[in-house]
Ligand binder design. Sequence first.
Ligand SMILES: [Zn+2]
Length: 371
Amino acid sequence: MCGSGHNCYSSASTVIKIGYIRHCVPQTDAVVLDEWGGELTTDSIDLPNPGPGEALVDVRACGVTRTIENAIQGGLSDDPAFTPRVPGHEFAGVVEAVGPGVDSVEPGDRVLCYFYLTCGTCDACRRGDTAQCADFGGWLGVHRDGAYAERTVVPASNLLPLPDEASFEMGAIAADGLATPLHVCNRTAVDDTDTVLVVGAGGRVGVHLSQLAARRGARVLAADVDEDRLAHVDAATPESVTPVDARDDDFTGTLRELSEGAGPSVVVDTVGDLDTLSDAWEALAMGGQVVSLTTHHDRTFDPPMKEFVVKEASFLGSRYATKDEVVRAARLLADGRISPVVTDRVSLDEVPALHERIRRGDHHGMAILEP
Ligand SMILES: [Zn+2]
């Protein structure tokens, strides 16, 4: 024993036999996924020293979200070679140590994390469109271990500065829950002339997007499908945001009514429900834009091509956010321009049960893991 409570291999005979001194491997508590679509368990795992280009981070806050549930179910990769895996990418913390060649961060730095594993050198990375990296290396928490852990080792290039005024919780929200909405608003140039329909407004992306679009001056219709979720949206957004029940028999008519007859000019779908999307498409304003954030493999939305022409409509996919937008999202929260919405705070032990609730659709808002 080395004094840290687990077995290690530092006896003299072992050293002689294998020819080198094998130090006691540090451990960290983590939530581990055994296989894609499989079980989550809390366990103590080996924590590697940070290698070249890597940093060890003390995780202070990590989102527990539907995006991560999708990854757990194999929605981003189902290659068995990548399991067992520690999921989790929406996190903030403090750098504890850095590996060789790292000068972008140093021990003690407060950081938040970028989700995608990018090359940093392709045309897209150099011009700042990091989500479009041509040499994409996958996702943190899928292709390498993430932050459902007390401590984690990640590429230092994924770590971004957390503003002094931002809490770790704000960093966890900014990392995806607000960075993704910021990317959508930038892509669609949302402003005071717009009526923005947010489909799935009760989720963490939906509720922060509703706030952000309202702050940009847009009229916001925040749609969701049950009383609890609509009440949550109402409580977590400014008065100018109108909660709308997407189960309404005349959803299309309601959308027109709430937008002075014109219909929404920007529709952001965070859910992938085809009935709701069809109603929204029918109500879409002339020149309107529909933005998809859903990654369901089995959903196809195929309005007749003529309808694109007649309405001069655009259909856009929006892919996460740039590194710059992640930092800007943290600043929006740090100075109070956007209010962080947190519904639950959980420990590592509580993460598996929370994912079961997310899987059942029995959870809304934003849960934060405090390892
Ligand atoms: Zn790249």
